[in-house]
Write a protein that binds this ligand. Structure first.
Ligand code: ADP
Ligand code: MG
Length: 365
């Protein structure tokens, strides 16, 4: 059984695409799961996904289908990951953040502000005897270095694996979120820091992967248990090929690194879908920072959703096709992960903090 839900989102044609190609689009829509895309030679390829969001789709539709079930699970201490993939300009950041992270128009709000609202709404309805804390870390992976977006002096964060908590950003700043307004302010400051880093390093946001990591801890005071859920959102760097952009020098080096990490991601997905036990024993997570960070998401203890963002324009058909092929492969990830509730029994309570032993009961799906 696959643990990855894969959806596709086609953004509306841009004004440039309209100027170049009129209202032409390269897709023939069947229904909300199936369509054909034509490449530049007019050859058609049929694709099926868990859901296809066409140009007129709403931000709320994407959130409700793809993200909300994972947010609910995270509140119940099951890890979740949401990844946006696609070429530059395909709508990854629009889907994740909205036109602006502080967007006030409810309809335009992206996944992140909705996740914030969703988390706080779930917490509000929980029992009085449960105490929740939500923390947020934000990092950016650029040229194989992980930078803390809440503290730019931390420019080489290490990715570590803990037996009890899985993949961790060691030493990354964690901001405690007390209410939705404060949470959005924190996200906004992280995003602003991303822009500062870009200027310092002379890069564009499409050249780095941005990772938002929410950690939810809940203490049940009556049952003396501590549960935790991790919700990771990833706005990936653009997946377009280097040759087309005519990159040189540093930009070429950047593009190669990005392509390396995205192809490492492709290799991990291939290894997870190949069905050969020998290969399945060696999944090359360590080949890039990105795949190491996504190790839980792809082959482990996480419910995962992939949003493949595409332009519907014939001028971007080959990039869209490559994005769709990536998504189609991810849909075949066949590991049967041990998705579990992250729970610890509390054997002791000191200074208000629980210390506990891991409950080894797994929920196998
Ligand atoms: P990416 O992050 O993939 O590089 P962006 O999210 O920045 O791409 O989108 C590129 C442009 O297209 C932006 O101007 C954005 O506002 C617009 N856009 C993307 N998706 C949509 C959408 N679903 N509806 C309206 N505009 C969109
Ligand atoms: Mg972007």
């Amino acid at each position: 059984m696959s643990n990855v839900t894969v959806c596709v989102r086609f953004r509306p044609l841009s004004s440039k695409e309209k100027r170049d190609m009129g209202d032409n689009i390269c897709i023939k829509k069947f229904d909300s799961e199936n369509f054909i895309i034509k490449d530049e030679k007019e050859e058609g390829f049929t694709f099926s996904f868990d859901k296809v969001f066409y140009e007129e789709s709403k931000q709320a539709d994407v959130y409700e289908f793809l993200v909300l079930p994972i947010v609910r699970d995270a509140v119940n201490s099951i890890n979740g990951t949401i990844i946006a993939y696609g070429q530059t300009g395909a709508g990854k950041t629009y889907s994740m953040e909205g036109p602006n992270i502080l967007e006030s128009d409810e309809r335009k709000k992206g996944i992140l502000p909705r996740v914030v609202d969703g988390l706080f709404a779930c917490i509000k309805t929980s029992a009085d005897s449960t105490k929740y804390t939500i923390k947020l870390s934000m990092v950016e992976i650029y040229m194989e270095k992980v930078r803390d977006l809440f503290d730019l002096s931390k420019d080489n964060i290490q990715i570590k694996e803990s037996k009890t908590q899985g993949i961790l950003l060691s030493g990354a700043t964690e901001i405690s979120l007390l209410d939705p307004t404060e949470a959005l302010q924190s996200l906004s400051s992280g995003i602003a820091n991303r822009a500062i880093g870009e200027t310092q390093m002379n890069m564009a946001s499409s050249r780095s992967h941005c990772v938002y990591m929410f950690t939810l801890n809940q203490q049940s005071l009556s049952e003396k248990r501590v549960k935790s859920g991790k919700l990771v959102l990833v706005d990936l760097a653009g997946s377009e090929k280097v040759e087309k952009t005519g990159a040189e020098g540093r930009v070429l080096e950047e593009a190669k690194t990005i392509n390396k990490s995205l192809s490492a991601l492709g290799n991990v997905i291939n290894a997870l879908t190949c069905g050969s036990p020998a290969k399945a024993n060696h999944i090359p997570y360590r080949d890039s920072k990105l795949t190491r960070l996504l190790q839980d998401a792809l082959g482990g203890n996480s419910r995962t959703a992939l949003l493949c963002c595409c332009s519907p324009s014939p001028s971007n058909a080959s990039e869209s096709l490559s994005t769709l092929r990536f998504g189609a492969r991810a849909r075949h990830i066949k590991t049967s992960p041990l998705i579990k509730v992250n729970e610890e029994k509390c054997s002791d309570k000191k200074n208000g903090a629980f210390s506990g032993t891991r409950d080894e009961s797994f929920e196998k799906i």
